[in-house]
Design a binder for this molecule. Structure first.
Ligand SMILES: Cc1cc2nc3c(=O)[nH]c(=O)nc-3n(C[C@H](O)[C@H](O)[C@H](O)COP(=O)(O)OP(=O)(O)OC[C@H]3O[C@@H](n4cnc5c(N)ncnc54)[C@H](O)[C@@H]3O)c2cc1C
Length: 405
């Protein structure tokens, strides 16, 4: 069995397998190892809005062929009212056992990309401080010393590669919101597939349409509610039924499997790498899933890291290539990170008056006639602490014909 590679990637899900596809295209000898075996699920919902990464990786058709609905609308509820609009491009909600597997199959279709499942990395090999490989244990308990010019940690937010390499952590914020989610058959659908977000009592509910007749429902709750929800899974459905229209729409719906939960997801950036190693995906950057960006971010980082590897091959010093990668990554992910932190910390429970007034306004076209021209200014005014919010609205508006003056 081969023990020498150009690149060893620890972790074979979205970050690791997409990187392997890109390295496979470059003709690199790649070893992907994962302690899990595939296809398998992982703790994650799977709202995926930037499908162009899948297209660039050559797997979009296969992911879509599984029968997923293309979601072109977004609806946000406040109490019994909502705002809804089209999205510029469509969103998919592919389960991770499907998405990760399709990416992996594509990666291993390259002759020099090898996958070893049931292989757990247990340490880094080093030579004079430089990482030169990993030590791994297979399912039988046999140890293997695997060597490569580069070791990539694509091993998720609790990355051991980052720990062993002593990667610096910055921009840290502890987990804020517990998350619970489950899969439901036969939720009464809207006319068009729509991502639905419920902002209610400081909680965030979400409904993601998957294939026809199957939806992923999720709840981000308040930190002190975790124990109660973990002990009483029926609270999930009970809470969901309090959202507008959901009592009727869940009538006859059937939970598939269990309600799954976590106390929350930590928020941080890690340095992108060092001598002989680099991080990609959640290993390098993790944040609360309420904004549904983690998978996109992992895919995007794979493209950025491969650019760094290419530039290194063309003669750029590795440290310099890594610094450029880190700068580009942080510039791209920083705004979404700050928006996510702001969003999850708000925990806004609407007052009765706010809710009643919003409902009255929502039902009155004369109000909208007056209010809409002032909305951009109001948003700008109230985004002073977090300018990315106005910036992101403006950025998205370009897709709908907005022109900068
Ligand atoms: C509750 C929840 C909901 C989420 N919802 C969304 C959403 O709707 N949309 C979205 O975009 N993102 C969402 N995310 C975030 C998303 O799941 C992550 O951003 C994404 O999984 C990151 O992919 P990754 O490949 O970097 O890491 P992971 O998916 O964590 O994969 C890491 C892999 O590394 C392997 N591994 C770890 N250690 C070792 C080792 N020592 N040896 C060998 N293998 C190892 C693991 O077995 C695993 O397969 C959610 C996350 C959570 C927790």
């Amino acid at each position: 069995m081969k023990q020498q590679f150009d690149v060893i990637i620890v972790g074979a899900r979205v970050a690791g397998s997409s990187l392997a596809i890109l390295l496979g295209r470059m003709g690199k000898r790649v070893l992907l190892l994962d302690k899990a075996s595939f296809p398998s699920d992982t703790l994650s919902t799977h709202h995926l809005s930037n499908v162009h990464y899948l297209e660039q990786l050559g797997v979009l058709d296969e992911v879509e062929a599984s029968g997923l609905r293309k979601i072109k609308r977004m609806r946000t509820y406040i109490g019994d009212s909502f705002v809804e609009g089209p999205r510029h491009s469509y969103t998919l909600i592919p389960r991770r056992d499907l998405l990760d597997h399709v990416l992996l199959q594509k990666a291993t279709s390259f002759p020099d990309v090898e996958l070893r499942e049931g292989y757990q990395a247990v340490g880094l090999l080093k030579d004079e401080g430089r990482v030169t490989g990993v030590e791994a244990v297979d399912e039988k308990g046999d140890r293997h010393q695997l060597r490569s010019a580069l070791v990539i940690g694509a091993d998720g937010r609790n990355s051991q590669i980052a720990k062993w390499a002593e990667a610096e952590v910055y921009g840290e914020h502890s987990a804020v919101r517990p998350v619970f989610y489950g899969y439901y058959h036969h939720v009464r659908p809207l006319i068009e597939p729509t991502t639905e977000i419920f902002l209610n009592e400081g909680r965030i509910g979400f409904l993601f349409p998957m294939e026809p007749g199957m939806d992923c429902l999720g709840l981000e709750i308040l930190p002190d509610e975790f124990q109660e929800f973990a002990k009483n899974p029926h609270l999930f459905e009970k809470t969901f039924k309090q959202f507008y229209g959901m009592k009727e729409r869940l009538d006859g719906a059937v939970l598939q499997g269990k309600i799954i939960g976590t106390t929350g997801v930590p928020n941080f950036f890690r340095q992108t790498g060092g001598r002989g190693w680099a991080l990609v995906g959640d290993a390098g950057h993790s944040k609360d899933p309420s904004t549904g960006l983690g998978i996109n971010d992992a895919l995007m980082q794979a493209f950025q890291l491969v650019d760094a590897i290419q530039s290194w091959e063309e003669g750029t010093d590795w440290e310099e290539a890594l610094q450029a990668f880190q700068k580009r990554r942080d510039e791209k992910l920083g705004p979404g990170y700050r928006l996510t932190l702001d969003y999850i910390q708000t925990r806004r429970a609407w007052t009765n008056n706010e809710q009643a007034l919003f409902q009255a306004m929502a039902a009155n076209p004369m109000v909208w006639n007056k209010v809409v021209p002032h909305l951009p200014g109001l948003l700008k005014e109230h985004s002073k602490g977090i300018p990315e919010l106005y910036g992101s609205a403006e950025h998205e508006a370009v897709n709908f014909g907005f022109q900068y003056s």
